[in-house]
Design a protein. Structure first.
Length: 454
């Protein structure tokens, strides 16, 4: 998406497009560009071509400029540049949300001849182009639109407030100061520079690299974006699939009394107290001569190893304590601080269950306690390293990995000039995250994933 023609005025529907099944109550059409107020005046010419005062909503008849026919009667507002969302003159029409109204209004704008339909993300890209926000804040807008849980929404708002921007720019400032010291030592070797300057720079580079490596090791952002992975594991016929269906509140997995029914991993997505979760039902863990079941067990073990949390489901009518000890010992990634042991089918036993969470997937008994336990584990995982904003995107990770690799090379460079060049490359990689270093092809990739009207 190119933005070479800044003189173009763009427009788009800023609310969901109405359908026959779901007409909207309201529709907001947005315009941005130097002729946005002119377009608004032309569309409301029946009101003597008067524009309302800037930033003041006014009741207006919206007309087709070609025929003068009234399309709708709604609210009109415009905003003067540069103090707008995009940094350009902007205008909005707030209309009734029926398909005919929206279609006629968009067609009327098109017939003006000097407005074109915006491309996905073009409003936000213009905001970036005019310095109204940096790339991390622009990406936060997309995250906020896509947020499905409260925690995703909160994280996106924190990023919109500039938490990531401040962190990355602070690192970049540190690196630039170190680079300035290195270049001073290179350019003025005969000057009376402070003793031990090179060692001081090396310590600074190591500290900066350590902070970035720690940030890369923080998986909170990935968990928040993709969902915490929870694997349900256990022996066959313990009720894993029944528990999955109970948590999902639907029949997501086939339930049968025949052991070994589940052969592949079955996933459902849940909102666990605001945390996005991917819950996976896996094959029963037991020795088998069946090659298909063996593959199912292998996949179950791999999923358990890769999961953020594990829920071990055992059968209350069996020697579940022995099974627990064997399976926990066999699961290298078992984390007693976060993983959960559940004993199912407690409705079939007379004695109370101690040392695990008692549950009946049939009656739902124990479900609230299980949900609370899983939520506590999820919160605990997401609080680890909570002193700084989490890494949120693969683009950021790639740039940070390049940055820390350049810093590592700078530490072992045989000459100061080579160390300075590696430090420059590291700062360039950091700058690409916020947009301090411009690469138009990168901007195309970022903004084309936005929806129309943003």
């Amino acid at each position: 998406m190119a933005l070479a023609a800044e003189a173009e005025t763009i427009y788009a529907l800023g609310t969901p497009a109405p359908t026959r099944a779901r007409p909207g109550a309201l529709a907001v059409i947005r315009l941005s560009g130097p002729r946005a107020s002119e377009a608004l005046r032309a569309l409301t010419s029946g009101d003597a071509g008067r524009l309302p005062p800037p930033r003041r909503l006014a009741l207006r008849s919206v007309r087709d400029p070609a025929t003068g026919e009234v399309i709708d009667r709604g609210l009109a507002v415009w905003f003067e540049a540069p103090g707008t969302e995009t940094g350009e003159t902007m205008a909005e029409l707030h209309l009734h949300g029926g398909r005919a109204v929206v279609g006629a209004a968009l067609s009327a704008i098109h017939r003006l001849g000097y407005c074109r339909l915006a491309e996905p993300g073009e409003f936000t890209r213009r905001a970036f182009e005019h310095g109204r926000l940096d790339l991390t804040k622009a990406e936060a807008i997309a995250d906020l639109v896509a947020a499905e849980t409260d925690e995703q929404r909160r994280a996106a708002l924190r990023q919109m407030d500039g938490a990531l921007h401040r962190l990355y720019e602070d690192w970049r400032d540190q690196g630039l100061r170190l680079l300035a010291h290195l270049e001073a030592a290179i350019d003025f070797p005969d000057e009376d520079l402070p003793a031990g300057l090179a060692d001081e720079v090396a310590v600074g580079i190591e500290a900066l690299r350590g902070a970035i490596v720690g940030h890369l090791d923080d998986r909170r952002g990935e968990r928040l974006r993709e969902g915490l992975s929870i694997a349900i594991i256990g022996p066959p016929n313990a009720g894993k699939s029944s528990l999955l269906n109970l948590l999902a509140r639907r029949d997501a997995a086939i339930v049968s009394e025949t052991a070994g029914t589940t052969r592949d991993v079955i996933e459902v997505h849940l909102d666990l107290g605001g945390w996005p979760v991917v819950l996976a039902d896996t094959a029963g863990l037991r020795p088998s001569d069946d090659p298909i079941e063996q593959e199912g067990v292998r996949r179950a073990q791999a999923r358990a190893a890769a999961a953020d949390l594990r829920v071990l489901v055992l059968d209350a009518t069996t020697d579940w304590r022995r099974a627990r000890d064997e399976l926990v010992a066999a699961t290298e990634q078992w984390d007693p601080a976060h993983d959960v042991v559940v004993v199912n089918k407690v409705d079939l036993v007379a004695l109370p269950v101690a040392g695990a969470l008692p549950v009946s997937a049939l009656s739902g008994a124990g479900l609230p306690e299980l949900l609370q336990s899983l939520q506590r584990s999820a919160e605990s995982l997401m609080q680890e390293g909570a002193g700084q904003p989490p890494l949120t995107r693969a683009r950021h990770r790639a740039a940070l990995e390049e940055c820390q690799a350049s810093l590592a090379r700078a530490l072992v460079a045989p000459e100061l000039a080579l160390a300075a060049e590696d430090l420059r490359l590291a700062m360039r990689a950091l700058g690409r995250i916020t947009g301090a270093v411009r690469i138009d092809e990168l901007l195309d990739v970022i903004f084309r994933d936005f929806c129309i009207g943003k």
